[in-house]
Design a protein around this ligand. Structure first.
Ligand SMILES: [Zn+2]
Length: 217
């Protein structure tokens, strides 16, 4: 599950080219500011470091939860914390409220995932089952999502990848990274052409003309 009920707006991704040193995902809760635990685990830290000689001060109020595999989840810049060290937490439990404490410019939650060694970071977007891309994600959402200038199609909150889908009577191919393909593409040894068509301000890579298998005719 995601860390906010309703819309989770990713404003900065994990180690994307525009910010390669950013080891977390910045997420704004547009519908609720309560930060929820996405998994079961144990609270290992719930604190704020004010001594600026310790770089962890940048996280402001933060909560660390360790999941069942020992991965360390950090929820940072909280306005307030709602859990204490040693507490067991389940998916959906409130950890705190999104805020702007520490080294932060505007209320958001910096969500970071590290392996049990405490150093190696993991892609927090993959951990949550969303794309590592700017965009808005909602729990269990189905439908088109635009992120980083590409279109993705979600089913039950997860992007469709490496698959054909017939949506509203038209064929689409969602690539290995979930991106909707457009223009001329070779898929499974055959060539397909997808128009890019504007529909209500949205660009779609609509299949040109196909037979019953989806191949160009
Ligand atoms: Zn961040």
């Amino acid at each position: 599950m995601l860390i906010f009920r309703g819309r989770n707006r990713v404003t900065s991704g994990y180690r994307l080219p525009d910010r390669p040193g950013h080891n977390g995902l910045d997420i704004v809760g547009d519908d609720s500011h309560d930060v929820l635990c996405p998994v079961s685990g144990t609270v290992k830290s719930s604190t704020i470091i004010t001594d600026k000689s310790n770089s962890t001060w940048e996280w402001g109020n933060y909560v660390r939860v360790d999941d069942g595999e020992g991965n360390r989840l950090f929820f940072c810049h909280l306005d307030s914390r709602a859990v204490s060290v040693g507490q067991k937490v389940n998916p959906g439990d409130k950890l705190g409220v999104m805020g702007n404490t520490g080294y932060s410019f505007g209320a958001h939650t910096h969500f970071e995932v590290r392996k049990s060694d405490g150093k190696t970071t993991l892609d927090p977007a993959a951990y949550l089952g969303i794309l590592n891309a700017k965009g808005t994600y909602s729990e269990g959402k189905s439908g088109w999502v635009q992120a980083n200038k590409s279109w993705y199609y979600y089913e039950d909150g997860a992007p469709v990848m490496a698959s054909w889908r017939q949506i509203d009577g038209k064929w689409y191919y969602l690539g290995p990274d979930g991106r909707m393909v457009d223009d001329l593409q070779e898929i499974g040894g055959r060539e397909y052409f997808f128009f890019t068509k504007s529909e209500g301000g949205r660009l779609h890579g609509e299949m040109a003309k196909t037979d019953e298998t989806g191949a160009l005719v």
